[in-house]
Design a protein around this ligand. Structure first.
Ligand code: FES
Length: 131
């Protein structure tokens, strides 16, 4: 469906949370294979990117969302949540984006050879930003 995921082919879907745990407007912060990942529910659609800005390594996940774009809270670079594409300076390198799907009420993320993951906040802490 979408264009330029970082890992388009060789990956495996695995469940990380139930749909009820991540309502629209929510964000879920994970660590998968040592990588910080953030999953968003935007109007019922799920998107996942690496939670690390390609400009200076800052966390992106707490940034403001406008449409399907997120604004890095450190210096304001914008990224497309669907593809990870860097849209504005100071970021010039895309951030990895991951396929996400829902199966049997579970949010599944596609990741190369996943073997483990953990939630980065106590008890699946999910933030409900904005609005
Ligand atoms: S760390 Fe994200 S724009 Fe600088």
């Amino acid at each position: 469906m979408s264009e330029s995921y970082t890992y388009p082919d060789e990956c495996t879907y695995f469940p990380v949370a139930s749909v009820e745990e991540l309502p629209p407007g929510g964000r879920l912060f994970l660590e998968i294979e040592g990588e910080p990942i953030v999953i968003f529910n935007i109007g019922g659609e799920f998107f996942a990117i690496r939670d690390e800005c390609t400009h200076d390594g800052g966390p992106i996940g707490e940034g403001t969302i406008e449409g399907c774009e997120i604004i890095c809270p450190r210096h304001g670079a914008r990224f497309d949540l669907r593809t990870g594409k860097a849209l504005t300076l100071p970021a010039v390198v895309d951030v990895p984006a991951y396929r996400v799907r829902v199966r049997e009420g579970q949010i599944e993320i596609c990741f190369p050879t996943p073997s483990s993951f953990s939630f980065r906040e106590e008890g699946h802490d999910i933030s409900h930003p904005d609005h």
